[in-house]
Design a protein around this ligand. Structure first.
Ligand code: 0GY
Length: 291
């Protein structure tokens, strides 16, 4: 199948970052797509991406000076987790996964994924990416994955937080928030919408947050100065519950593919001390995914 109209493939030739991540650094949010010939995209997908196979991901990991990956199941593969699990199997223990499942998933399938290194499931609330799943179904999935010691990754848009918050805080596992909760950077860090999210993090110590996707949030573009205050505030306030990732291969970017080298160079802008970098890039993701 051809890519969706306007779909922007990942950057063909990222720059070498100036920033050198600490040994053992984890890219804790990235995806593999296809290859379609082996792992077809899901019929119910909302977009058809450019193939982004595991070999390219692992080569990028090495080029950027990173050590490990957390591969998050993307909506274009829906509940068919085979491409993600195949990448985990090929990683020599250097990748863990986050799956997308429905309640029809069998215990054997959960066990298969657990043994491959899956450590969480993703609940996606973006209407442009997935169809609605009733809360009681999600609750039943949550109860099953809790037994495996997995966590739940949530992807939502910040304006929807008020209606979702009670559900989120009722979840029985660790909860990992994608992309800083997707703040509107034009509104500023102190805007009530963003502060509501900070309060949620403050009150609920089982919540973690990914300091990811400045390229999605930024109005100014690289080097993403307008997003820096948002990342910094989260890292300063919740140093032991922040993780970082590239979001490669950057599905559904509007115009340009981000330069992954610049995304690595963004790290010291938000995590301004060696201790903060060590925590966000190594210690925190190791605790959450390899612990
Ligand atoms: C992301 C972002 C996106 C896509 C997906 O599951 C997905 O298809 O995650 C997006 O389009 O915002 O988390 O990488």
């Amino acid at each position: 199948m051809p890519m969706s109209p306007g779909y922007v493939p990942f950057h063909p030739n990222p720059s070498k970052p100036k920033y050198k991540p600490p040994a053992g650094a984890v890219d804790a949010h990235c995806h593999v797509f296809g290859p379609e010939a082996t792992f077809p995209y899901a019929p119910e997908r909302k977009y058809t991406p450019c193939d982004a196979p595991k070999e390219k991901l692992f080569a990028l990991r090495d080029f950027l000076g990173l050590d490990k990956n957390v591969i998050v199941q993307a909506s274009c593969h829906s509940k068919d987790n085979r491409a993600m699990v195949d990448a985990l199997d090929a990683s020599n223990g250097r990748a863990k996964g986050v799956a997308f499942v429905g309640e029809e998933v069998t215990d054997d399938e959960l066990k298969w994924m657990d043994q491959a290194g899956v450590r969480g499931v993703r609940f996606n609330f973006l209407k442009r990416l997935v169809d609605f799943t009733p809360r009681d179904v999600l609750q039943r999935i949550a109860a099953r994955v809790e037994k495996l010691g997995w966590h739940i990754v949530i992807y939502f848009e910040m304006p929807d937080l008020p209606e979702l918050e009670d559900f989120f805080t009722s979840l029985p596992t660790d909860v990992v928030v994608d992309h800083m909760g997707t703040p509107d950077v034009k509104k500023g860090v102190d805007h009530p919408e963003n502060q509501r999210f900070h309060r949620l993090m403050e009150k609920h110590k089982n919540f973690w947050v990914k300091v990811t996707c400045p390229e999605r949030m930024s109005v100014a573009g690289p080097p993403y100065d307008d997003v820096v205050p948002f990342g910094r505030a989260l890292i300063e306030r919740f140093p032991d519950r922040v993780i970082w990732g590239t979001d490669w291969p950057h599905p559904n970017m509007k115009k340009v593919a981000p330069d992954d080298g610049l995304l690595v160079d963004y790290i010291p802008q938000v995590a301004t001390t060696a201790a903060a970098q060590q925590a966000m890039l190594v210690d925190n993701p190791m605790r959450l995914y390899w612990g």
